[in-house]
Design a protein around this ligand. Sequence first.
Ligand SMILES: [Cu+2]
Length: 463
Amino acid sequence: MISRRDFFKGAGAVAVSAAAVSRAGAATLPEAAVMDHARTQVPPPPPNGRPFNPVVTLNGWSLPWRMNNGVKEFHLVAEPVVRELAPGMKANLWGYNGQSPGPTIEVVEGDRVRVFVTNRLPEQTSMHWHGQRLPNGMDGVTGLTQPPIAPGKTFVYEFVARRPGTFMYHPHADEMVQMAMGMMGFWVTHPKDPTQHAVDRDFVFLLNAYDIDPGSYTPRVNTMLDFNLWTFNSRVFPGIDPLPVRLGDRVRIRVGNLTMTNHPIHMHGHEFIVTGTDGGWTPPASHWPEVTTDIAVGQMRAIEFDATELGDWAFHCHKSHHAMNAMGHNVPNLIGVDHRGVAEKINKIIPDYMVMGDKGGSMGGMEMPLPENTLPMMTGQGPFGGVEMGGMFTVIKVRKDQRRGDYSDPGWYQHPAGTLAYEWTGQLPEPARSGTAGGSSMPVANKPDIELTVRKTSGHGGH
Ligand SMILES: [Cu+2]
């Protein structure tokens, strides 16, 4: 309640959130603001220091700082947090200042930055500043460039933010566990000339993943690939906020990948160009149009486009299993199998039995009793019914009247007459098939009765 307001006192800035509460440290430490919810917080204009155009962290926030004799001071607190992944599911994670991922740190090229990192975890940690040019001893690799930060201790990192661009922060200590528990955050170094690389909207988020058994709250930390919750900033659809933009806006979306696999991130309705990586801005001669960009592990991509097309445009990972929520994969594929009567019989033995893919029906409509604290695997209601996706999925909402600086959800797109796919209700002609009378495909000589073998998928447990 107090901290952020006090933090910005005298600067005329609006408090980002009344939910940020005070956690005063020692007198010499800058206050560590804490966030207690997972809604997208639009940062106020910089209250002090040099001007920049703030980024908007999807389902996240930017960390306040204080100026101390020309040094920009931040305070990160590594600690256990409870993160709501979407309404209906919470996770016990480790993060920073109340949430996972931690808050976004925003500085300006040339800023001298001092970050206090306090460890309130039950084990040692450290902080690595992914992608930064800095003195070797500030690089945060436990054992290599510094001793670990023991529980209860605070370390100070200090360096000049030399290169503008997009960065991440995460521990280099008990990494497998600490990354699997959600310890990571975003860092943006803005160009010293705020007119450089300026856009109308600049969104940032991290790709992360968790393996949380339905009914439980804590991720399994030794999972390598079979994660069951694929997340944007530790949120799954429909818990991920939309990206509202105004028609004609130049939009940048910066995405960092701290999962264990690559993610082809796909946008509908527009082409974009990749204007940045974690190595800096890409030269204009390297720009080619794409609608999907693959983001490998440990990479960051900044994409840019002009929002020229009105509508609700899907924005998601193109790996279909990553646009889904927790489920079991040990389910037979019964597409094409006429199982009338069978499900009823099985239901007598296994009451929750469910058939996938019957007659092209979809999983989005299936209703299985869910254990406590998990989510339907495909969920989220759109204006035309179930969206049948979850996980790494959200919507870019392009509107004529979305005001500058307004990131509130404008609701569903109203399609102008004549611009919506519709059902054909006329006569259907007999399908003309080639191949049966000496066409290009091979005729079947003695067509046997089709024998169906239902093969169980295996080796893919986890979702
Ligand atoms: Cu993916």
